[in-house]
Design a protein. Structure first.
Length: 263
């Protein structure tokens, strides 16, 4: 897969996902010549309108569709609104990205094979009492978590349901860092690259944050409308195109170019 994945994880995913791809029944209907997609802002370096080609994952998705001879129009909307547009199929929208797997989303959309895998972590203030390499989730009890609308925190749902943590949802996840600074929140769960990118855009010099250990891989997908005409055919071809570009080194080249420019 990409250089941000471990070889073992990549091998397991490829075996599983290629098996899934082979099991799909693909029709002989022609693919569309153009598709409408939607994504959101403030998710650097993966997606943001201010970034070159819309960010790493925006460029990956559009490049894969070009590989299978489909042009794409990308709209930029608030995350929750964009996702609902895909689920409902409004405005003839086929898919959105990047989304991780969530039990609450699974009934609504189909997932592509992984576009990218990177580490998911918790960001806290430097003076937070939670140790970086905490042993289990009991160390997180009492924290006031913060996240953005449309973001999933399934890994901590048991703590939330038990009332052992609280959750503040904001329209813009960047504001979670401002709330931590102001003492109104304690923690935000984000991909490590996205989190550090937000911190660097908000603060110059000593920012006052630290990241706890990576507690799981953050696996990003294209998610698509289930009732769009020939949706599984399109997704099947997209997955095959993605695998070809991963094997040829095109995906790694896109990632490396963006990461170098972000330094």
């Amino acid at each position: 897969m990409t250089k941000l994945m471990t070889p073992l994880l990549s091998a397991r995913l490829l075996i599983c996902l290629v098996a899934c791809m082979c099991s799909w029944q693909v029709s002989s209907e022609p693919l569309p010549k153009e598709l409408r997609l939607v994504t959101g802002e403030d998710f650097k370096p993966w997606t943001d309108r201010s970034l070159k080609n819309g960010g790493v994952i925006t460029e990956i998705v559009q490049t894969v569709f070009k590989e299978i001879n489909i042009e794409t129009q990308v709209s930029w909307l608030p995350w929750k609104r964009g996702y609902q547009r895909v689920v409902s199929g409004s405005n003839d929208t086929f898919g959105t990205f990047p989304y991780s797997y969530s039990n609450t989303r699974a009934p609504d959309v189909y997932y592509s094979i992984p576009l990218m895998i990177s580490g998911l972590t918790i960001f806290v203030a430097k003076d937070s009492p939670v140790p970086k390499n905490y042993e289990d989730q009991s160390a997180l009890q009492g924290l006031r978590f913060c996240t953005g609308l449309g973001y999933a925190i399934d890994d901590f749902s048991a703590l939330l349901e038990a009332g052992k943590i609280t959750l503040l949802r904001l329209a813009n996840v960047e504001n979670c860092f401002l709330n931590i600074k102001a003492g109104r929140a304690d923690a935000v769960v984000l991909n490590k690259h996205v989190g550090w990118g937000m911190i660097q855009s908000l603060y110059k010099g000593d920012h006052g944050f630290r990241a706890l250990k990576e507690h799981k891989p953050s696996v990003y997908h294209l998610v698509v409308n289930k009732t769009y005409p020939n949706t599984l055919d399109i997704l099947h071809e997209f997955n095959k195109g993605l695998v070809r570009l991963q094997k040829s080194g095109v995906i790694d080249a896109i990632i490396n170019r963006h990461m170098q420019s972000a330094k």
